[in-house]
Design a protein around this ligand. Structure first.
Ligand code: ADP
Ligand code: MG
Length: 321
């Protein structure tokens, strides 16, 4: 049974760290040599809260890093260094193998160096701190202005539908209501969120505000309007819904999941009308689907429109407490 230091050596230390990492894993602290402004974000995933008990360790490793990469993408920053605090109920080498592979595969893809961490015993929880380079312009939540268009990447609601299916499967009740490919697509959207890193970076000079959709569109767009001091109007018929989601439930439920379901890790941005063309070019260059769903307006709150109908939408969404 490997001990704490064997675990760190075997699963977390990797050779060939970037040369701006002066001291990596193995000392009392890491030392990095950044060239400019640094963006820092931290996120904790707790078993039974942010992912179901018994959830795939490979996905857990991917998600732990992906949710942090997504935060930096929403700032228009380039992720570079990460620390990992791992709280494990017991040493399970299969779990560690899967978890560390999922983590390192994503870290390598975005050239993020794991420079330190902490390994303790307790209820399964994973905390990743990410540091990245923030260029001259960062995408804040406070920059949206009335008239700016609201755009979102990818599709919304899939991850929430996928999580429901994962939970049902864990309880031994896989719903047989959709083709396997659609089931797998929805489950993957929860298990393997794609952080929109390249898109966020390229949009730093184009968008006026951004947030990543982690708690649901209404909740996250709600943060942007409050911090920007304006309101928003969204076109419910324009919400980007995947074919798999629409095949798994009726349109009303799909919209509900898109508005309030969390875990999508797509970006929601404010783009001045004159910059929309540039945003679509960047989307095409980075292979990112981009949909215009409405605009920021004077006032407060979020209004949904469907044809001539208008309805106030509750921006509270999912809250932990
Ligand atoms: P300390 O007691 O000084 O906090 P630790 O014994 O906790 O040091 O950790 C030893 C080294 O291993 C440190 O450099 C720490 O950053 C690193 N480390 C510990 N756990 C992890 C982990 N899960 N992933 C990456 N590095 C880790
Ligand atoms: Mg320590």
């Amino acid at each position: 049974m490997p001990g704490e230091f064997d675990i760190i050596e075997r699963y977390f230390r990797r050779s060939g760290v970037a040369n701006d990492v002066r001291v990596g894993i193995g000392d009392d602290a890491a030392i990095i040599a950044p060239g400019g402004d640094i963006a820092v974000a931290v996120d904790t995933l707790v078993a039974g809260v942010h992912f179901p008990d018994g959830f795939s360790p490979h996905s857990t490793g991917h998600r732990a890093l992906a949710v942090n990469l997504s935060d930096l993408a929403a700032m228009g920053a380039r992720p570079r260094w990460a620390t990992l605090a791992l709280c494990l109920p017991a040493v399970d080498v299969d779990w560690l193998e899967g978890f560390s592979s999922g983590f390192h595969e994503l870290a390598e893809r975005y050239e993020v160096s794991l420079i330190g961490g902490d390994t303790t015993r307790g209820q399964l929880a994973v905390t990743v701190t990410i540091l990245g380079e923030a260029a001259g312009t960062s995408l804040l939540r406070s920059g949206a202005a009335p008239g700016d268009r609201i755009v979102v990447t990818g599709t919304l609601g899939d991850a929430a539908a996928g999580l429901r299916r994962i939970v049902a499967a864990t309880a031994g009740a896989v719903p047989q209501d959709v083709p396997d490919a659609d089931h797998d697509f929805l489950v993957n959207r929860f298990s393997y969120p794609v952080p929109r890193v390249e898109f966020g970076l390229a949009m730093a000079a184009v968008a006026t505000a951004a947030i990543d959709v982690s708690d649901g569109l209404l909740a996250d767009l709600g943060h942007v309007i409050r911090q920007s001091g304006c309101g928003a109007q969204i076109d419910l018929e324009a919400l980007p819904l995947s074919a798999a989601l629409l095949g798994s439930c009726d349109r009303e439920q799909a919209e509900q999941l898109a508005l309030t379901g969390g875990d999508d890790y797509e970006l929601c941005l404010a783009v001045p009308a004159a910059a929309l063309g540039r945003a679509h070019e960047i989307a095409a260059q980075t292979g990112t689907a981009l949909t215009e769903i409405g605009e920021f307006v004077a006032g407060s709150g979020i209004t949904g429109r469907r044809g001539a109908d208008r309805q106030a939408l509750d921006a509270s969404g999912f809250q932990h407490f």
